[in-house]
Each structure stands twice: as structure tokens, then as C-alpha cells.
Design a protein around this ligand. Structure first.
Ligand SMILES: Nc1ncnc2c1ncn2[C@@H]1O[C@H](COP(=O)(O)OP(=O)(O)OP(=O)(O)O)[C@@H](O)[C@H]1O
Ligand SMILES: [Mg+2]
Length: 289
């Protein structure tokens, strides 16, 4: 794992310190989660950043792999891809461990992305094992982490396929809007194809409703359809529409550090606890409520 510096917020030295529950450290094998939805702007990156931070606050060691050429997960955590990025390990023959950077959050490392990764979609086509390059590249570092989260680009191209082949399960952020269920059908078909051909154990970790507004009728009606259709796969925790969540990336900080008290940060802390409960990891304290 990369070295971590202490968080230096403007006033409070470690805002997530107050979140930190007494969680017994368990030695488990690494769980790799792909945060995927081919629809753009549904909250994949916001979920990847804040859930990864929430898991780190629950004493899990976490690697966030930015697999989107937009690089939003990297910049949103204040990590630059100036020196090297995921492209180097995926295509360029570099070692994955050389790509990994420490974030300001104790326990959270980042494998950053730059625009170079856009070329990977094309270059991967030429490689015989094009679907499993990420799995092979990440293999040497996996054992160092409790969780690896992969932030996928908004497409079902080769980068997302690489994430799904490398993952144990998929976490799907879903915005409660018209056509949300149609998009889910396509994603489910892709997951089924990957399961049949490359990764028979791939499952759905869960579906998280994002940018939720309970005063909005359409939002409530889509939520009840999604819950009726996907039942217990949908997390009980919903992420509200919250302006602090959208402000935080411009400061290079997760919302859990930028403003831990805001409704969005609190929802992601609850989501981290719910995810850990689903996985049978005991949690206690603030983040588990
Ligand atoms: N719960 C929320 N409340 C308010 N704004 C949000 C919320 N979640 C995400 N946003 C904002 O919505 C926009 C899209 O979010 P995000 O970048 O996380 O989506 P994405 O699915 O990763 O997008 P892309 O498909 O382009 O990768 C961003 O400006 C983000 O700050
Ligand atoms: Mg994104």
C-alpha cells in the first residue's frame, strides 16, 4: 500500500475521525467491486469516491481504481495522474503497484486515470486477452486491500468489460428517472454475458438510488418500480440530491471530508455500513447507524 499523509482539512485535522467506529479488523480476501452503469451522470464517481471513503472510515483498506478517461475519481480525491496512470499498467507494460498513489484519507489509495486511457478502448481491441487485461494487471496488488472499487466510464465498452471481468460484484448507482429501468435491462444482459463467458461468480452487490428527491412524484414512482423488480438487491440507504456532494470534488475532497455533517455524506456513511453488513463484516459505532 502507498504511504498516507494525515488529512489536513482547513480547521479539523481529520474530519472522518469522528466517523471511525471500533470495527474489529478481519482478515478476509479482497472484494473487488465495479461501480458501473452505462448511463452518464448517474452518480458512479460520486458513489465510488464517497463509498470508498466510508469503507476506509470503517477500517477497511481500500483501493479506488479510476477506469474512466475523464479522471473524475482521481481529481475528486485530489490525486493527479501526472506521473503515471492506469493506462500504463493496462496497456503500457507498467506495474500496477507503481501506479498507486496514497490519498489524503488514511486507508484509501488511488490508481489514477488520465485522458490517455481513452486510447485504451481502441488499443485493447488488438490484444488477444483484451477482456481480462485489468484482472491480470491488478492481480499482484489485490491481497493488500480489503476492497478494490473500480469507477467505470459511462459506456459498456472494453474498459467497463475489463472492470466486470476483474470484479467479484457490481454496484449500480441508479438515478430515479424515466428510462432508468430500460438502462438496467441492458446492464443486466451485459453482466449475464460476462458471467457466462469470463467470470461465472460475478454478482450484483447492490443497486443504490442516487440524487433521490422524495418530494418528486416521478422519483418515488421509479423507486417503487425498481424495488418491486430488484427487491433486496436495492440498498435501503438512498442518496439524496445534495449540493455539498457536487461541490466537494472541486476541492479535491470526498464529501465525507468536505462536510461530514451534510445529508449526502451521512447517506454514504450509512451506505458503507449497509454494504459491510451485507458482506457479513461486523460494524459498530457512528458509521454503522
Ligand atoms: N446525490 C447528488 N446530489 C447532487 N449532485 C450529485 C449527486 N450525485 C452526483 N452529483 C453530481 O452530478 C454530476 C454527475 O455525477 P457523477 O460524476 O458522480 O456521475 P457519473 O455517473 O460518474 O458520471 P459519468 O457517467 O460522466 O462518469 C456531478 O456533477 C456530481 O457532482
Ligand atoms: Mg464518472
Amino acid at each position: 500500500m502507498a504511504d498516507h499523509t494525515t488529512i489536513e482539512g482547513p480547521k479539523s485535522p481529520s474530519p472522518i475521525g469522528t466517523l471511525k467506529p471500533e470495527v474489529p479488523k478481519k482478515s478476509r480476501s479482497t472484494r473487488t467491486l465495479a461501480v458501473a452503469n452505462q448511463k452518464g451522470g448517474v452518480g458512479k464517481t460520486t458513489t465510488a469516491i464517497n463509498l470508498a471513503t466510508g469503507l476506509a472510515a470503517c477500517d477497511q483498506s481500500v483501493l479506488l481504481v479510476d477506469l474512466d478517461p475523464q479522471g473524475n475519481a482521481s481529481t475528486g480525491l485530489g490525486v493527479s495522474a501526472d506521473e503515471t496512470d492506469v493506462y500504463e499498467a493496462l496497456i503500457g507494460g507498467g506495474r500496477f503497484e507503481d501506479v498507486i498513489r496514497a490519498s489524503e484519507i488514511p486507508g484509501l489509495d488511488v490508481a489514477p486515470a488520465s485522458a490517455d486511457l481513452a486510447g485504451a478502448e481502441i488499443e485493447l481491441i488488438e490484444i488477444p486477452s483484451r477482456e481480462s487485461c485489468l484482472r491480470a494487471a491488478m492481480a499482484p496488488v489485490l491481497g493488500q486491500y480489503d476492497y478494490v472499487m473500480i469507477d467505470c466510464p459511462p459506456a459498456l465498452g472494453l474498459l467497463t468489460i475489463n472492470a466486470l471481468v476483474a470484479a467479484d460484484s457490481v454496484l449500480v448507482p441508479l438515478q430515479c428517472e424515466y428510462f432508468a429501468l430500460e438502462g438496467m435491462t441492458r446492464l443486466m444482459k451485459s453482466i449475464e454475458r460476462i458471467r457466462r463467458s469470463y467470470n461465472e461468480n460475478l454478482d450484483i452487490q447492490g443497486i443504490v438510488l442516487t440524487m433521490h428527491d422524495s418530494r418528486n412524484n416521478l422519483c418515488r414512482s421509479v423507486e417503487s418500480d425498481v424495488r418491486a423488480h430488484f427487491a433486496e438487491r436495492v440498498y435501503r440507504t438512498v442518496i439524496p440530491r445534495n449540493v455539498r456532494l457536487s461541490e466537494a470534488p472541486s476541492y479535491g475532497k470526498p464529501a465525507l471530508v468536505y462536510d461530514l455533517a451534510c445529508a449526502g455524506a451521512q447517506a454514504y456513511a450509512r451506505l458503507a455500513a449497509e454494504l459491510l453488513r451485507r458482506e457479513g463484516v461486523e460494524t459498530s459505532g457512528a458509521a454503522a447507524e
